[in-house]
Design a protein around this ligand. Structure first.
Ligand code: 3PG
Length: 396
């Protein structure tokens, strides 16, 4: 694909697909990370005399004009991040939006209204893609985190204008390529979260590609159950035991070492500071639930991290939102951060929960790369080509 460096921008309307689907409470942005991360692209376009016209979705209005899902309240946060005035168009497309794009002076930014107010957006309607294309001379996709959606603003329009990747898109793809495409080995993947069923494709892809695979969270319970351990009242998908055994068998064939908890922290209920104890896997009481990996498991994971040169992390190792069941996740994240600081590990993390867990551990800054993507990061880890990225490639 092309990058902004390949495009002439001076005086041109640059239609930029951004993902500013940020958390908002009472009209205020509570976490501006995604806005901050697209700011270099917008500033770069402004600095080169281009006129940025931003296409973005917000939440899931499903083709309806839902007033609470307007992008207008983001204006102050965008102006702060871009250090430039932002005009807001009342429509995502159509004559008024076209007139606003045409009238946009150099040095200012135009934000179009929520693309998902248009029913054709999610349907990738060619007529809507044409409508978007009339708003710019050049298309720049900087929304890696929405690139798993084949929508009119992420996929369709890329075929209709000279297209390129924005700075954030470049950074995301570069980091992911470094972690799974052509990584320094050994590669370790840490995969946590509640359910095996939602991450099955991901596990299947990883056992083909990584050297060590740490399985944590509720997913680990399913694997432990499949291996014959009693997991008490723990969250586990008992009907997925056969699938878990298949994944483990394939890992044995490919030489991918699977690390499961050896000891666990158990409690009667998932409540803050609930009475809890640590036990060996063999001794898990039948009336308790597993809520975190134990200290011996943490030591095992830390040793594996020390052997690795590349880490890819998605999902917490325990119920990290509820202390003290955050301990394994925090300890392993801090260890990975230290190895990264020491130049011994390239560490890449992604997914909403994962980023929250790294922030909770205070180490997100120390990782080599933290993706802004949730669903797109997972699909990429599954080995799928993302439609938004494929369209950039085809357009180039
Ligand atoms: C995200 O928040 O992961 C992206 O903005 C995509 O949103 P979606 O899941 O509603 O498509």
């Amino acid at each position: 694909w092309k990058t902004l460096d390949d495009m002439a921008l001076e005086g041109r309307r640059v239609l930029v697909r951004v993902d500013i689907n940020v958390p908002v409470q009472d009209g205020r942005v509570t976490d501006p990370t995604r806005i901050d991360r697209v700011a270099p692209t917008v500033r770069d376009i402004l600095a080169r005399g281009g006129r940025p016209v931003l296409l973005a979705h917000f939440d899931r209005p499903k083709g309806e004009r839902v007033p609470e899902m307007s992008l207008a309240p983001l204006k102050p946060a965008l102006e702060a991040a871009f250090a430039a005035p932002v005009r807001v168009a009342e429509d995502p497309v159509g004559p008024a939006a076209e007139a606003a794009a045409e009238a946009l002076p150099a040095g200012e930014v135009l934000l179009l209204e929520n693309t998902r107010f248009e029913p054709g957006e999610e349907a990738n309607d060619p007529a809507l893609a044409q409508g978007f294309a009339r708003l710019g001379d050049v298309y720049c996709n900087d929304a890696f985190s929405a690139a798993h959606r084949a929508h009119a603003s992420t996929e369709g329009v890329a075929h209709l204008l000279p297209s390129c990747a924005g700075r954030l898109m470049e950074a995301e793809l570069g980091a992911l390529e470094r972690a799974l495409g052509d990584p320094e080995r050994p590669v370790i993947a840490v995969v946590g979260g509640a359910k095996v069923s939602t991450k099955l494709d991901l596990l299947r892809n990883l056992v083909e590609r990584v050297d060590m695979l740490v399985i944590g969270g509720g997913m680990a319970n399913t694997f432990l159950y499949a291996a014959g351990f009693d997991v008490g009242r723990s969250l586990a998908e008992r009907d997925m035991a056969g699938t878990a055994r298949e994944v483990a068998a394939r890992a044995a064939e490919t030489g991918c070492e699977i690390l499961l908890p050896r000891d666990v922290v158990v409690a009667e209920a998932l409540e803050p500071h609930a009475a809890h104890e640590t036990c060996r896997m063999e001794d898990c009481p039948e009336d308790r639930m597993i809520l975190d990996a134990g200290p011996d498991s943490v030591a095992h994971i830390r040793q594996a991290l020390e052997r690795a040169r590349t880490l890819i992390w998605n999902g917490p190792l325990g119920a990290f939102e509820v202390p003290p069941f955050d301990e394994a996740t925090t300890a392993c994240a801090r260890h990975a951060a230290q190895l990264t600081r020491d130049g011994r590990l390239v560490s890449v993390a992604g997914g909403g929960d994962t980023v929250a867990a790294l922030n909770h551990a205070g180490v997100a800054e120390a990782f080599s790369y933290v993706s802004t993507a949730g669903g797109a990061f997972l699909e990429w880890m599954e080995g799928k080509e993302l439609p938004g990225v494929a369209a950039l490639r085809a357009s180039a």
